[in-house]
Design a protein around this ligand. Structure first.
Ligand code: AMP
Length: 360
């Protein structure tokens, strides 16, 4: 079976690393000359709106999936005419736009911060009056890793905020005084079977994920599965979906969903019985899903900007290096380490060991 992937970054690369043993071949469509997934499959170097190359991809593969959600709607619609596409055009339409996404949460009875659609500075002024400060202004589309958003703490912050974000459609959200951030990686098969990984506790710095720790029997697991299950069924979703929540007042508020494999699920490569990458491929290919349980105490640390010396990372016990083969650059995710340990005390020690290499 040949899988087409829109996007050829590290998520595409890790999909191919998981799918190759299943006998799958891969083609990646990505305009970047140095797309790091290209080492693992065919690289169709073209823009996402290039219909000739989209048609070439559709003709070559059995199905198409995505490694990022900001794909133009026309691209998805065009591909869908020739080849099965998972997740669906509708799932992508909702997940890439924060207004559609939060409106869906509200319709499904999933708690989420107060929010308002912002098309002008006048809308923003009215929404600040209604929602109050502090609040967070986010572009409706194309935001990631804390980009395309601004925390508004005072009237002065709000005064020019719409123009500062480029005068594009935005969403204003009430600021959530969260005690933690957790994510749930879920997978739904073509026949509707759904499985969930253990909740992950995430630590961000400057808007970028640094550390994910998979929990054991988290008290909010059942609630998170209930909320995510509503979204999966509503969208008749096929594939892996990541759901990010704020932990607040002993409950959860939905932040966002990602219709794809997700950075906070990278621990599953060695830390779960079947990784998020393999389970995504199983789901879209119509294969039975794999077990989502942990193999032990497990965590993931991101390498941002640069990867510590390879010989030092692989010398650490219980540590697995994933080097994305990308050019090093400030703020860019260039690799990660997965930790898999027998007990929690050892895991905490290993997290400190990897952190020391990052800080060195
Ligand atoms: P996002 O791109 O929506 O995931 O936001 C990036 C990060 O900004 C989140 O992981 C939070 O740490 C923070 N953040 C986003 N929205 C809010 C909010 N409404 N209240 C408080 N913090 C937020």
């Amino acid at each position: 079976m040949k899988i087409g992937v829109i996007g050829g970054g590290q998520l595409g690369r890790m999909l191919a690393l998981a799918g190759t043993p299943l006998g799958m071949d891969f083609a990646f469509l990505d305009p970047a000359p140095d797309a790091c997934a290209a080492a693992l499959g065919e690289h169709i170097r073209a823009d996402y709106g290039d219909q000739d190359h989209l048609r070439q991809l559709a003709d070559e593969v059995d199905l198409v999936t995505f490694e990022f959600e900001s794909v133009p709607a026309e691209t998805v619609a065009f591909l869908s005419r020739f080849v099965p596409v998972y997740p669906s055009a509708e799932a992508l339409r909702i997940a890439r736009d924060r207004w559609f996404e939060k409106s869906m949460f509200k319709d499904l009875g999933i708690p989420t911060p107060a929010f308002a659609d912002i098309q002008s500075q006048a809308d923003l002024d009215a929404a600040v009056a209604a929602i109050g400060l502090p609040a967070v202004l986010k572009t409706r589309t194309l935001g990631y890793d804390g980009k395309g958003q601004k925390v508004l703490r005072s009237a002065a912050d709000a005064a020019d905020a719409f123009a500062e974000l480029g005068s594009v459609p935005c969403l204003l959200e009430g600021f959530v005084p969260f005690t933690g951030e957790v994510s749930l990686i879920a997978v739904r098969a073509r026949d509707g079977e759904t499985r969930f990984y253990p909740l992950v506790h995430n630590t961000h710095e400057s808007g970028i994920l640094r550390l994910s720790v998979a929990s054991d029997a988290h008290p909010l697991q059942a609630l998170a599965e209930d909320y995510a299950g509503r979204v999966l069924d509503q969208l008749q979703y096929v594939g892996v979906l990541a759901f990010e929540f704020f932990e607040v007042d002993g409950g959860l508020k939905a932040n966002e969903i990602a219709p794809r494999v997700h950075n906070s699920g990278h621990w599953t490569i060695e830390g779960a019985r079947c990784s998020q990458f393999e389970n995504h491929l199983r789901a879209v290919a119509g294969l039975p899903l794999g077990a989502t349980t942990r193999r032990g105490e497990t965590a993931m640390l991101n390498f941002i900007g640069t990867v510590p010396p390879v010989e030092k990372v692989v010398a650490l016990a219980d540590c697995h290096l994933h080097h994305y083969g990308k050019a090093f650059k400030d703020g860019r995710k260039v690799g990660h380490a997965t930790l898999l340990c027998a007990d929690r005390a050892t895991l905490d020690q290993r997290i400190a060991d990897v952190q020391a290499l990052i800080d060195a």
